[in-house]
Design a protein around this ligand. Structure first.
Ligand code: NAP
Length: 176
């Protein structure tokens, strides 16, 4: 499944980083992706955007997608150079596989039948936010599940609305 955070115009990044730094959003992302024995898949650019001291993301199998071999292999981190081979890299004891970005992987997976659920943080800010990386998604044919179904899916309660540093945001579960 996919976990992503976006602005109304579908922006998700700016200059190789997240446009925002919201502690509750980071905590909620961590809780969603660490509930269970899970894997997180990310593109090489997203991997490099995570400060070295915070990667690999703890308590999750990290898989980095790149067409080139890693510059410095890191113990416990798997590399994938062909997305068709990704399922063979997932051990049997993994409960959930989360695709966590960035745009190149999100846009690829959105079209894949393997992507059945999307947990989306939908952010809004009254002030303009600089964005240069966007999702190419049309969710109109996807089903928006209720907040209760979202909570059941993630396995814990999530506030209906967050308000942090000028951003208002909420979590939604979309199903193909
Ligand atoms: N808001 C959010 O939810 C969110 C989440 C994550 C990231 N982001 C943001 O998104 C931006 C990064 O996104 P991005 O699109 O530039 O980069 P990305 O998707 O993170 O990484 C792209 C790289 O992944 C590898 N790759 C992609 N498709 C591949 C394939 N089919 N086979 C093999 N390798 C493949 C390539 O690596 P090589 O070049 O090494 O071959 C490619 O250059 C940043 O601004 C980041 O902060 C936002």
């Amino acid at each position: 499944m996919v976990v992503a955070a976006k602005m109304p115009e579908m922006g998700i990044g700016f200059q190789g980083k997240l446009p925002w730094r919201l502690s509750q959003e980071i905590l909620t992302f961590k809780k969603i992706t660490t509930t269970g024995n899970n894997a997180v898949i990310m593109g090489r650019k997203t991997w490099e955007s995570i400060p070295k001291k915070f990667r690999p993301l703890p308590d999750r199998l990290n898989i980095v997608v790149s067409r080139s071999p890693p510059k410095e292999p890191i113990e416990g981190v798997k590399y994938c150079n062909d997305l068709d081979n990704l399922p063979s890299l997932i051990p049997e004891n993994i409960d959930r596989v989360f695709m966590i970005g960035g745009s190149e992987l999100f846009n690829y997976y959105f079209k894949s039948p393997l992507c059945k659920d999307i947990i989306l943080t939908e952010l809004h800010n009254d002030e303009p936010v600089e964005l240069d990386t966007f999702l190419d998604w049309d969710l109109t044919t996807w089903e928006l599940k209720s907040h209760e179904e979202l909570e059941e899916f993630v396995g814990f309660e999530i506030p209906r609305e967050f308000n942090e540093k000028g951003y208002k945001y909420k979590y939604s579960l979309y199903r193909r």
